[in-house]
Ligand binder design. Structure first.
Ligand code: UD1
Ligand code: MG
Length: 462
């Protein structure tokens, strides 16, 4: 079976330059979810009908899909399907058609729709015109209403809200915008239906009414979770859909042994993965391809993006970790910033107001307060005092710092890169180190301290 995704609409209600389907839900374009769902539903041949912002959509999703341009941006959903007609018209098969603004439909539901179709044909021995995904909503406003033969799942027609009578508007079963339709019947219907008198659009929903009128049976398949059919037509609905998806992801991980405190405040993206017994505190943001290992604790306000946090590591409050690895048992924060391909070795501790950029820290390194470590390699058991800075930039280029195993860098020292501090070397606090320090040496650079007795009081008392 092939699938056609409708993504050519103007998205007028979004008030946006950017195509609606590229607006993001948890860090991924809305259309990404639909494409994943379709692929997860076992369909590989996928076409996207594009219109408004066609180029941008193509650039975002690339060569894996066929693209068809809907010339008339106000043509309507059936006109959009027609834009792809030559791609499927000769198949003696069903076609999946799915709205590009229904990001919450699950792969499971698509599979169940296909199973349902198969079962009806197999056991009831009827050739179906198709199956439409529906749901019963508390508030059906804005959706097409599904009229059925009483007490059956046979659809009579779908009426768009704008065209519905007051009585039809009271129907709470709505069209979810996912259709599996038999191609020969669909083809016939598409060329027969007329544009809506009210809007001039050609409605895909009219195809259903046409088919059933011809005696081609179309059945409704009700989504097991009514939120799956949520259509995103406004930015507020985007927020709503994002919220549902976020809570679903959180629930998914909670069922796999992760604790979330105040889950309604936690942001988690679909490519994040969490091992058992992780504990997530409020206001945490987990982004991109982040992985959190077993027993790790992520404290309040931490932002972690495209990073790995190892087993039993602790990320203390308000730390930011990007494109980096925090190994087993390490501690980061509170208020630390680890970024750009850094690695914090096993059991190391990067404390408050410490920034680590593009640096590799070995095991048992301590940099507990107020430091900048950039473009550096720190071997095991290095101690970095408060206020230490690696001066990695000379105004033109970045340079590297190397600190050997067990070295001690005293507070407020400045290491001017490129520089190498040997194993078991000792840099005295407050030194500006501009030459390499051999293994086991002391480096101290500081003006002689003068003590003038009695002078202090004199200055203070005038
Ligand atoms: C549509 C359905 C409605 C259903 C709802 C579910 C029709 C006529 N109505 O309404 O019954 O309850 O979805 O969410 O189909 N599109 C195009 N070209 C167009 C118009 C739309 O490609 O000319 C695309 C849009 O980009 C969108 C999808 O089709 O992804 C649905 O269009 P939209 O305008 O959002 O239809 P709804 O009013 O939501
Ligand atoms: Mg819509």
């Amino acid at each position: 079976m092939k699938a056609v995704v409708l993504a050519a609409g103007l998205g007028t209600r979004f008030r946006s330059e950017k195509p609606k389907v590229l607006h993001e839900i948890l860090g991924k374009p809305m259309l990404w979810y639909i494409l994943s769902t379709v692929k997860g539903g076992g369909i590989e041949d996928i076409a996207i009908v594009v219109g408004h912002g066609a180029q941008e959509v193509k650039e975002t999703f690339g060569e894996d899909y066929a693209y068809f341009l809907q010339e008339n941006p106000k043509g309507g959903t059936a006109d959009a399907v027609l834009a792809s007609v030559d791609w499927w018209r000769n198949d003696d098969d069903y076609l999946l058609i799915i709205n590009g603004d229904s990001p919450l439909v699950s792969s499971e539901t698509l599979k169940n729709m296909q199973r349902f179709l198969f079962m009806v044909e197999e056991y009831e021995k009827v050739k179906l015109g198709g199956v439409v995904l529906t749901s019963v909503l508390q508030d059906p406003t804005g959706y097409g209403r599904v009229l059925k033969e009483e007490g059956t799942d046979r659809i009579i027609k779908i009426v768009e809200e704008k065209d519905a009578t007051a009585q039809e508007r009271n129907i709470r079963e709505v069209n979810g915008g996912v259709y599996i339709l038999y191609i020969p019947y669909l083809l016939e219907a598409l060329f027969k239906i007329k544009p809506s008198e009210r809007t001039g659009e050609l409605y895909l929903t009219d195809v259903i009414g046409y088919m059933t009128g011809k005696g081609y049976e179309v059945r409704s398949f009700m989504a097991s979770d009514p939120t799956e059919i949520v259509g995103v037509n406004t930015r507020w609905e985007l927020s709503f859909a994002e919220n549902i998806l976020r809570l679903k992801l959180i629930k998914y991980w909670a069922q796999r042994g992760v604790t979330f405190h105040i889950p309604e405040t936690v942001w988690i993206e679909p490519d994040v993965s969490l091992e058992r017994n992780v504990e997530i505190f409020p206001n945490v943001h987990l982004r991109g391809k982040t992985k959190i290992g077993r027993n790790a604790v992520i404290e309040t306000g931490a932002v972690i993006e495209d990073s790995e946090v190892g087993e039993s590591a602790v990320v203390e409050p308000y730390s930011v970790i990007r494109n980096s690895v925090v190994e087993e048992g390490a501690r980061v924060g509170p208020h630390a910033h680890v970024r750009d391909g850094s690695r914090i070795g096993k059991g190391s501790h990067v404390g408050n107001f410490v920034e680590v950029k593009k640096s590799a820290l070995g095991e048992g390194v301590r940099a507990k307060h107020l430091a900048y470590i950039g473009d550096a390699v720190l071997e095991d058991d290095v101690n970095i005092g408060a206020g230490v800075v690696t001066a990695n930039y000379d105004g033109r280029k970045k340079h590297k710092t190397y600190i050997g195993r067990g070295a001690f860098i005293g507070s407020n020292s400045l290491l001017i890169a490129p520089i190498r501090v040997g194993n078991m070397s000792y840099v005295a606090g407050g030194s500006v180190v501009s030459k390499d320090v051999p293994d086991g040496s002391l480096a101290v650079e500081r003006a002689r301290l003068r003590i003038v007795e009695g002078k202090g009081r004199k200055l203070l008392e005038g």
